[in-house]
Design a protein. Structure first.
Length: 268
């Protein structure tokens, strides 16, 4: 055993001590700092049970949103009061709202997975996730309204069967079927999103990508089902181009490091 052998150092007893040597006696000690209290002898405690109160901006935003929504709903109700086509108008309006909310939902999803997401400081990542979830909830709410109104309207000639079964609608069965498939694809995307963090990324993430298919089918459904497509053609064109450009940029600007990160996330 050489003089520099660590086993010899570990077994060598320190001077001034009696008893068997312990394995750490020959090694230098590291000074571990202890937290100091600024108020006295007690160490500071981290209170995990407190929550920050809502800011005045959040409260004001909720109030303005509620008032604006109520005003819009009241104005819309007055404009179609007494019209025999009021259910059809309400069903069409709720469908367009659901489509626009779905576009915003997909856009935020693309932003959350975009390679440049770390360069965008505003809004914060947690805020983006909350907006993404909120958009999903509102999309589902307007979708339910859209389905219920048209399924119960005799003038629409869709019926409950046409609202949930392919090719069961008397009114334009093929475009309506595209909407039915889009609904099921969107529900599947929502279920997989709720499983994020509990399922492995390689399980839920590939299935969650059907949200893109859901948006494409919803776009086709809106274009070929509505009788006002000529009037709203610009809306469908602008939203389609915007989503396509954002989705294309997500793949064009990727670097080798981004590819490795995506692969790691998918196999995790």
């Amino acid at each position: 055993m050489s003089i520099d052998d660590p086993r010899r150092l570990m077994s060598r007893p320190r001077r001034g001590r009696t008893g068997p040597a312990t394995p750490h006696q020959g090694l230098p000690r590291l000074a571990v700092p202890t937290p100091r209290s600024t108020t006295g002898g007690e160490r500071p405690r981290l209170d995990l049970g407190t929550r920050r109160p809502a800011s005045w901006r959040t409260i004001a935003l909720i109030a303005v949103s509620t008032g604006l929504s109520g005003w819009l709903a009241g104005t819309a109700a007055q404009s179609v009061a007494g019209d025999k086509n009021a259910p059809w108008i309400l069903g069409r309006a709720s469908g367009i709202c659901a489509y626009l909310l779905m576009v915003a939902l997909v856009v935020f999803g693309l932003v959350l997975s975009h390679p440049w997401r770390t360069k965008w400081r505003r809004p914060a990542t947690i805020v983006r996730i909350r907006i993404h979830v909120s958009l999903a909830v509102f999309t589902l709410a307007f979708l339910v309204l859209h389905i219920v109104v048209l399924a119960t309207d005799d003038y629409a000639k869709v019926g409950w069967a046409g609202a949930f079964l392919p090719m069961a609608s008397q009114y334009r069965p093929v475009p309506v079927t595209l909407g039915v498939i889009a609904t099921y694809a969107g529900i599947l995307a929502g279920i997989t999103a709720s499983a994020a963090g509990r399922w492995a990324g390689k399980v839920w993430w590939p299935i969650h990508k059907v949200s893109a298919l859901s948006l494409v089918l919803a776009w086709l459904h809106g274009v070929y089902t509505g009788i006002d497509t000529r009037t709203l053609g610009w809306l469908y064109a602008v939203t389609a181009v915007g989503v396509v450009v954002l989705a294309a940029s997500r793949y064009v600007v990727r670097t080798p490091a981004d590819l490795v990160a995506e692969y790691t996330q998918e196999v995790a």
